[in-house]
Design a protein around this ligand. Structure first.
Ligand code: ATP
Length: 237
């Protein structure tokens, strides 16, 4: 069992030619320069963007197959999605935000409890606060908790740390490592930070100009060339 994604699509002057097979468990990172198609892949998996010529299955369940006319809308896909910026409801407190994700899931499908999730992400003491009274790292931890509370079959994370400064990033990474150890669902994690990916991912996909240039378990990869490219890029900006 695994995740399979195929996208063969043209959007304006950008061509996506993706053939991906990701492992059923653990964290798979989509890594590549800006504009290489990472978010497009994630949005296709979530059903947020519909690309023609698409196929997507999660552990045997087909969520899109254009040849057979199958396409599940976002609300029919059992996913958790964590965006770059925490997207919490500002008028609800933390507990109400969490309950929102939980209530959307039918009781028989709930795999995690609010208390366990709060403990996992150390947010129990924040339940009565409004999002505006949280730090960026706390907000992002609440967003992750809300995504988990929908008991998803797949967790999609689009550069969840990119809006945080270096200190907050260091604060939140251990929580992501803990999630990694405790979650049994697949996580697809978009990033263009090689150090982050090296700490969190098991499997890595390199994207370049809408194509997969390489995919393998991290333990089988030599990341020196990518590290050099990233150093070069960081010096240049
Ligand atoms: N709605 C859209 N319509 C047309 N083209 C788009 C749309 N969204 C993105 N693109 C184009 O698709 C290409 C891939 O974008 P995408 O956001 O997937 O890249 P990315 O690797 O996630 O980039 P970044 O790291 O900067 O977020 C880019 O050329 C982008 O301009």
């Amino acid at each position: 069992m695994c995740l399979e994604l195929q996208l063969h699509s043209q959007r304006d002057d950008f061509t996506l030619n993706i053939e991906l097979t990701l492992p059923q468990t653990g964290v798979s990172a989509l890594f590549g320069p800006s504009g290489s198609g990472k978010t497009s892949c994630l949005r296709a998996m979530a059903g947020l963007d519909r690309f023609s010529g698409g196929y997507f299955s999660v552990n045997g369940e087909v969520w899109q197959d254009d040849k057979q006319g199958i396409y599940l809308a976002t609300h029919q896909r059992e996913i958790g999605y964590v965006f770059q910026e925490a997207s919490l409801f500002p008028h609800l407190n933390v507990e109400q935000n969490l309950l929102f994700g939980h209530r959307l899931t039918r009781p028989e499908k709930r795999k995690v409890s609010i208390s366990d999730t709060c403990e996992l992400l150390s947010i129990s003491h924040l339940l009565t606060r409004r999002p505006s009274c949280l730090s960026g790292g706390e907000r992002q931890r609440v967003s992750i908790a809300r995504a988990l509370l929908s008991s998803p079959k797949l967790l999609l994370m689009d550069e969840p740390l990119s809006a945080l400064d270096a200190t907050l990033k260091q604060e939140i990474i251990p929580y992501l490592e803990r999630l990694h150890q405790q979650l049994s669902i697949p996580v697809v994690y978009v990033s263009h930070d090689l150090e982050e990916v090296k700490r969190l991912a098991d499997y890595m996909v390199f994207l370049e100009q809408g194509r997969v240039s390489q995919q393998a378990y991290l333990s089988n990869l030599n990341l020196e060339p990518q590290a050099r490219t990233q150093q070069h890029y960081l010096k240049a900006v």
